[in-house]
Design a protein. Sequence first.
Length: 334
Amino acid sequence: MSHLQLSQTDTPGTHPKRALRTVVARDVDEHAHNLTDWEQRYDQIAGGSFQGVLQEWQSQGVQIFSEANSCAIRQSCQVWPDAYWFGIEARATGMRINGRPVGEDMVMTRPGACEFELVTPDQHQIYGIVVQRDALQASAARLGCAPDWRRLGQAEMLKVGHAGLEECRHHIASLLALAGQAEGPGAHAALQLGQEAVLVSLLALLDDGQIEAEAGTSFLRRRRIVNDACEFAMAQQECPVTVPMLCEAVHVSRRTLQYCFEDVLGMSPMTYLRSLRLNGVRRALCQADGGRAVGSIGDIAAAWGFTNFSQFSCDYKKLFGQTPSAMLQARTRH
């Protein structure tokens, strides 16, 4: 899988029972690597100082978490093999999965070892449940639930009942709160009951929910145009790419290109591609040696296609809330 890194070195899916893990990140890349056993890459696509908060609880074959971010981000995600991921927004905000808007009373889902893309807005919170495939199917059989596992493995979203979804949200929040304070001899049993409540409510949603139809041909074409345009732009990393260049590369009109990006990503092509390049500069600066990086900001910016340094510095500060040199100085102090 391109450009992604495994967040932790634990064997995927083998989680001992333990207390709640809470991690606060002030860096979008740090936030991307905090979720255990996921391969992820995050790009910040809206302006402001970033803060991400992860609350994560794990047991054998089960991972339940809450993830919040202050700024809009584009996420490339993949969970460990032989598992299912289910995503539930804390409140519906119109985020996207693989370019498709997530509406009210929707549960997102993707199988393990399958890359997918999320675009989340500012001030966003999502609950996640990852369950080992065999464990989920065994629980379903025990409870008399019979989801269509074949279709579920291909699905991106399910339309579910509002009351059932609210109940599932409640059980997830309650489990995470309990894990954050549970101690003593009865804690293990209480957490077991909390996990069971989450899985029972989830399986009820899967049993009664309606799998959304696959994306239509026209949408798949728009998504392909966006992907091809992004690949072209990133392949020309050192060259400032213009809209006419993109149109020529993917063989579409300016209007079609604009419509495809707005439909799939909710923003114009230049805005999105500029944010990707700025994130690329930020990663390169963070990976460089602190002292040398301060003196080479201009070189790194030029390597990402920014030839006007003053405009680059202004765009960088607008997106990340600080200038490149201020970011490096803050990292050096820490």
